[in-house]
Write a new protein. Structure first.
Length: 249
């Protein structure tokens, strides 16, 4: 039996029965990509009568990596689709040997694992290249570039500035066209408002003239030029005060 400080094979148990293998790998694969030799996943099973937790075996390359791996995953809380919680347990595997069945399955899955590792490395490289390119465009970390690379960077910047200026010019033309249309609309609204104001002024002026004429008529009536009955429209137009009334008896 190996000493504790020499053990490298660990068991991850008490995992949700419905946990996919890729979800578990996503938790540690990027950090421990080059730190383990193989990984074997045993999916769980769930039914109304019985529940079997998922579990996984992994062999790390160095005993020191076991402690870091356990610190990352031991006690990690998983929650399934129904809200049930599962607290992962990381411990040394009961047997530090690799079973023949595990070796057979690992041999089948090894090409796929290697493919994913290569793709992951390519993606990391592309991300790093993009970050470096952005820093160069901002004028940072230029000391590592050659004269040729600096010239290429300068050409990229010039092409980018040309496209930016072209887009800015296009946006300005569109804005000017919009403002010109808005100016015409405002001018038409102004003409309509002036026309309404002029009409209201003519109406008020006509009402003022009529009011002045009525005041003049009332003034003349107060001086006995006209009979009040004429103005008020009631009674007889002219009276005969000298006419005598005869009484027949």
């Amino acid at each position: 039996m190996k000493e504790p400080l020499q053990r490298t094979k660990v068991l991850i148990r008490h995992l949700p029965p419905s946990l996919p293998q890729n979800d578990l790998l996503a938790l540690f694969h990027d950090h421990f990509n080059d730190c383990y030799n193989w990984f074997y996943f045993c999916p769980g099973k769930f039914s109304y009568k019985h529940q079997r937790h998922s579990r996984a075996y992994e062999e790390l390359k160095k005993p020191a990596d076991v402690f870091e791996f356990a610190e990352l995953l031991n006690g990690h809380l998983f929650v399934n689709e129904k809200g049930a919680q599962f607290k992962a347990v990381v411990e040394y595997a009961p047997s530090q040997r690799v079973l023949s069945l595990v070796l057979e399955r690992i041999a089948v899955k090894a090409p796929f694992l290697k493919y994913y590792q290569q793709e992951s490395a390519k993606l990391r490289q592309q991300i790093q290249m993009s970050l470096n390119s952005n820093r160069h465009l901002m004028g940072d970390s230029l000391s590592s570039l050659t004269v040729k690379e600096l010239k290429q960077l300068e050409n990229r910047l010039e092409r980018g500035i040309t496209r930016i200026r072209s887009k800015k010019h296009e946006m300005r033309l569109a804005e000017i066209e919009f403002l010109q249309k808005r100016e015409i609309e405002l001018e038409n609204e102004s003409v309509c408002l002036r026309s309404k104001i002029a009409e209201m002024e003519r109406f008020q002026q006509a009402n003022t003239v009529i009011g002045q004429e009525l005041n003049a008529i009332h003034g003349l009536a107060s001086r006995n030029f006209f009979s009040p009955a004429i103005i008020e429209g009631g009674g007889t137009a002219y009276s005969h005060p000298d006419k005598k009334i005869l009484y027949l008896g």
